[in-house]
Design a protein around this ligand. Structure first.
Ligand code: NAD
Length: 435
């Protein structure tokens, strides 16, 4: 807890989504007054009323604890008037071609007034070269004294608050001026290793780190697919690989592919960035393709067990792209349910926290209030998101309620013996003995 620190310099945060709101609450925890700006007036009204519009462990408590330090507004002038460091945490979603859509970033840049006492600190993930481009824009717009710092964010949804307050490292890319010093000072109480570098390198760290993690996932998924064909168990293989210090145990969990708001978009953005610069990033093409095919393998497994999908009822356990979040962006469940429905099946789903968002995106899916409600009359169950509570289910009760007997564990997260002991047919990912 950093709450006992004396009040420090005010901070501006533009965009109050997963990154912006968590950062704002984190800076408040470090003792700062924070001016949070968002174009979404409804979101700002909810935040002002004390509501936290996203589900993230510990965030509600942190926002509540620091309500006196957190100010919410739709007017960027409020941040400019109070703070010299303006952290930008607006969305940079993919365009149809896979490039990053920088329209929200551009809107923020255009809204700045000329100043020699302010700095824009980019937390949003942007293509390499964006910082230099913004500095050029500032010059053209007569705001050349506005400083620029790249400070990419590495927090993970589901543990965002803990990640923000205890980062593996802090990366600060700047021109070696007061603004970079100020950002370094701001993060100093966290005691994390610091990488202070130039702007382009800082931008590249973020894209390269996400692309590498995605590569690791696609790699282990391909190993899993070969395990299924050759009699090996990917859990054993990953354990044996992960103990090699050069490899490490993390991100070696085979499953039905990565999703979420960052990996798919950042891999595509890096691939596009390379292509636009004249370099064909061969490896990333495969990372993306493997990930797409991995989601579809579940359909093949269901077809094998059910002998076709027409008229079958499939229950999905979990919908968000990972546990402990309600974020549905690029979740594997979106592709899966669309494919199942296209093949003639009906889909019923249960997610502990993502139902509201999922209902908007999946209008033809039935929603159950509980896991057991979802399996009533189901021909098959697919574990999509590995919430620990699914592992604790009473599988005898599940079997009694199901019409069929198929359980596909898309995350290798269930206890195969418990599922099989209930008389159900269990299939995992990359575990030859459970195919
Ligand atoms: P988000 O969609 O949850 O939030 C973005 C917010 O910005 C929204 O509330 C939106 O209304 C607001 N906004 C848009 N245009 C604005 C403007 N002109 N002025 C003020 N507010 C504006 O997005 P997010 O998940 O928080 O991601 C933000 C950025 O951080 C992205 O670039 C993302 O790649 C990056 N990032 C995300 C994560 C993550 O886990 N979500 C992790 C690291 C980095």
């Amino acid at each position: 807890c950093f709450g006992s620190m004396t009040t420090r310099e005010p901070i501006g945060v533009i965009g109050t989504g997963y990154v912006g709101l968590v950062s704002a609450a984190g800076f408040a925890e470090l003792g700062h007054e924070v001016w949070c700006i968002d174009v979404d007036a409804e979101k700002v009204a909810r935040l002002r009323a004390g509501e936290v519009p996203i589900w993230e462990p510990g965030l509600g408590e942190l926002v509540e604890r620091h309500r006196g330090r957190l100010h919410f507004s739709t007017d960027i002038a409020d941040a400019l008037g109070h703070a010299r460091l303006l952290f930008v945490a607006v969305g940079t979603p993919p365009t149809y071609s896979g490039d990053a859509d920088l329209s929200a970033v551009r809107a923020v840049v255009n809204a700045m007034s000329p100043s020699d006492r302010h700095a824009l600190v980019m937390k949003s993930t942007v293509p390499v070269g964006t910082g230099r481009h913004i500095q050029r824009l500032f010059k053209e717009q007569g705001k050349g004294e506005f400083r620029y710092v790249s400070c990419p964010e590495f927090l993970k949804e589901g543990s965002a608050v803990a990640d923000f307050l205890g980062p593996d490292r802090v990366v600060v890319g700047d021109d070696g001026d007061w603004a970079g010093d100020a950002v370094v000072g701001l993060y100093a109480p966290l005691g994390a290793p610091l990488v202070r570098t130039d702007i382009a390198s800082a931008e590249m760290v973020k894209l390269a780190a996400n692309a590498f993690l995605a590569t690791k996932i696609s790699f282990i998924n391909e190993i899993a697919n070969v395990c299924e064909e050759t009699g090996a168990d990917v859990l054993e293989v990953a354990r044996g690989m992960g103990l090699d210090e050069r490899i490490g145990p993390k991100f070696l969990r085979a499953g039905i592919g990565f999703g979420g708001s960052c990996f798919p978009k950042d891999v595509s953005a890096l691939k596009q960035l390379a292509g636009n610069s004249g370099y064909h990033f061969q490896l990333l093409n495969s990372v993306i393709e493997v990930n797409e095919l991995q989601k579809r393998r579940v359909i093949g497994k269901l077809q094998k067990h059910l002998g076709g999908l027409v008229g079958k009822r499939i229950a999905l356990f979990g919908l968000a792209f990972k546990p402990n979040t309600d974020d549905m962006r690029e979740a594997s469940s979106l592709v899966l349910s669309a494919r199942l429905q296209a093949d003639g099946a009906s889909v019923v789903a249960f997610d502990p926290v993502a139902e509201d968002e999922a209902r908007r995106l999946l209008p033809n899916v039935d929603f159950a209030d509980t896991e057991l409600g979802a399996v009533d009359g189901a021909d098959a169950v697919v574990l999509v998101t590995e919430w620990p509570q699914f592992r604790e289910l009473d599988w005898v009760e599940v079997a009694a309620r199901m019409a069929g007997t198929t359980v596909i564990d898309g995350r290798n997260a269930l206890d195969p013996e418990a599922v099989r002991a209930a008389g159900l047919a269990y299939e995992a990912v990359g575990r030859a003995q459970y195919t």
